[in-house]
Design a protein around this ligand. Structure first.
Ligand code: TEU
Ligand code: CA
Length: 562
């Protein structure tokens, strides 16, 4: 069986600080705002909070561009606000993991300011500089054909020293050179700084990217279809992660989760295998990116339930008892889960949101919930370019619309469904103006106009709400170890509408049944199996027990004890 660990039994909740709760009316969420909502999170039942970057940053990419790793973003508050937040979390027996963004820094980070100042500066080798190519007529071209995740080339020529620097993300996020041991030592010292303050671990941003491909040759035509996979898992990654573990992590009781961009399921064991002393778990994106792959074609990709199930079925086979998994379908980089994998129409929103949370909280792996998903928050009705904040959208507009590759209308229609800004609109706390997110009148990103119907206060008072359902579900999970350590079996992988699976630990067996469709389904369990005792249903009126044929309402989900 599995070795028991607190982070295997935990339910993690991601807070995107800019959007969670504003305490001072400036329209920007802040640390004091989060502190004021800790009772809400405790009542929800989550055990670990993952805080998206809270560090000093010019905020070109939502704080994933760090200027000073030892300072709190001024808009979010002070170090003393951070300590108050952390103390409040601990007092409620929860834990905090923070975002370690060390593949790259902000271009305003003092390391980069030094590095770009001259070729002989002691910080020059903190980043990746190359001369690139010069044609006979003097035209400069980048060292290779790497594209950036956020449109355009991943290299920019810096006039000061006339060399190119590498940036997998925006031009304001230069990649650190991890081959330089001084870079790694400085990263470890930043980690110790926060661990010594009391944080319980890290979510590691794009961690498989830190070791670059040997020699960085051009990507082939085939590799250009999936650059993240070509960039990720370079030759020194395991060596760096083990060193980090030896130097830092092994000295604390931590939890680490790597954002495994570009990493296939088959490559996962090499990051999380329990004898390897690297990471505890990673986010594998096969499921979450099913509808919006990085570098994918425009628009939402079509999906089918068998395709989604096949992903979780393969996790159960490829990841052994030595590899811990995560389960999630959303984060601050994705559109809203109910709009993407459920049905956010008024009649189906509540049931489909409950179904998706049921799935996330009963599959094998530590579940990660994204803020607002527990309310069934939906995508925002984005219309024009000015409605967006995300640099990724603005860059893509320049690269695709301004060059005439695609019309503005179709670009905007696609982005409305795909944009990361869908996840970043303010939390909907109540039905007061600006959804109770801010007392000001200018939230940094517009509140979803549906906040009068969808908000925490309304859901608090409605026993049939998504919020109350998720609370019950988390409670059920907390005293049902089979959902944590149990074996998983998919009973009917090919079924187009029904996801039915068991989780079994010793003598204890649970059956989960989910109707992934907007119509009713009469479903007969395979192999004469009967659904025994109903533990939880999102439809209070269902009472079918000891039955092999079940009449499921649209998007209904049920959990049985067998
Ligand atoms: O995201 C990396 C990234 O590009 C994801 O959007 C991608 O979909 C995922 O890794 C699967 O390949 C991280 C942060 O989460 C994001 O907010 C930052 O913009 C980015 O890194 C740069 O720091
Ligand atoms: Ca504020």
């Amino acid at each position: 069986g599995y070795e028991p660990k607190w982070w295997k039994e935990a339910v993690v909740y991601q807070v995107y600080p800019r959007s969670f709760k504003d305490s001072n009316g400036d329209g920007i969420g802040d640390l004091a705002g989060i502190t004021s909502k800790l009772d809400y999170l405790q009542k929800l039942g989550v055990n670990v909070i993952w805080l998206s970057p809270h560090f000093d940053s010019p905020n070109v990419d939502g704080g994933y561009d760090i200027r000073d790793y030892r300072k709190v973003m001024a808009e979010f508050g002070t170090m003393s606000d951070f300590d108050t937040l952390l103390a409040g979390i601990k007092q409620r027996h929860m834990r905090l993991i923070i975002d370690l963004v060390v593949n790259h820094t902000s271009d305003e980070n003092k390391w980069f300011v030094e590095s770009r100042s001259s070729k002989t500066n002691p910080y020059r080798d903190f980043y990746i500089w190359r001369p690139g190519h010069t044609a006979p007529d003097g035209t400069r071209t980048p060292p290779n054909n790497y594209p950036s995740y956020f449109s355009g080339p991943a290299w920019t020529l810096d006039p000061k020293t006339n060399e190119y620097y590498l940036h997998y993300f925006t031009v304001h996020q230069p990649d650190l050179n991890w081959e330089n041991p001084k870079v790694r030592e400085d990263v470890y010292s930043i980690m110790r700084f926060w661990l010594d303050r009391g944080v319980d671990g890290f979510r590691m941003d794009v961690i498989p990217l830190v070791s670059k491909p040997t020699g960085m040759p051009d990507l082939t035509a085939e590799q250009l279809k999936d650059p993240p996979n070509a960039y990720a898992n370079g030759p020194h990654l395991a060596e760096y992660l083990r060193e980090m573990n030896r130097e830092v992590l092994s000295k604390y009781d931590t939890m680490t989760v790597g954002e495994a961009t570009g990493t296939t399921l088959a490559q996962t064991d090499s990051l999380v295998g329990d004898g390897r002393h690297e990471l505890d778990m990673v986010f594998n994106f096969d499921a979450a990116l099913l509808r919006h792959p990085d570098f994918g074609p425009p628009g939402l990709a079509p999906w089918s339930l068998p395709a989604l199930k096949a992903i979780y079925d393969s996790h159960a086979v490829v990841l052994t008892k030595h590899d811990w998994d995560t389960v999630f379908l959303s984060n601050h980089d994705s559109p809203r889960v109910v709009s993407t994998f459920g049905d956010d129409s008024p009649a189906m929103r509540v049931s489909s949101a409950k179904l998706l949370e049921t799935m996330i909280l009963t599959l094998r792996g530590t579940p990660f919930l994204y803020e607002g998903d527990e309310l069934g928050m939906t995508n925002y009705p984005f219309k024009q370019l000015a409605d967006y904040s995300d640099i990724a959208v603005k860059n893509a507009y320049k690269a695709e619309v301004e060059t005439g590759k695609i019309s503005a209308a179709s670009f905007l229609a696609d982005q409305a469904k795909l944009t990361r800004d869908n996840a970043r609109t303010p939390m909907q706390w109540d039905s007061s103006p600006e959804a109770g997110f801010t007392t000001g009148t200018h939230p940094w990103l517009a509140v979803n106009p549906n906040y009068r119907q969808i908000n925490a206060a309304q859901e608090e008072s409605d026993p049939a709400s998504v919020l109350n359902y998720v609370r019950t579900l988390i409670k059920l999970r907390a005293h049902t170890l089979a959902f944590v350590y149990g074996d998983y079996q998919d009973l009917d992988p090919q079924n187009e509408k029904i996801y039915a699976y068991t989780r079994t630990l010793g003598e204890k067996k649970y059956l989960v049944i989910e109707n992934f469709s907007s119509g009713p389904v009469t479903y007969t369990l395979p192999n004469g199996l009967k659904a025994a005792t109903l533990l939880l249903s999102d439809i209070p009126a269902s009472h079918e027990e000891n039955a092999s044929t079940l009449n499921l309402a649209p998007w209904e989900s049920r959990i049985y004890k067998q």
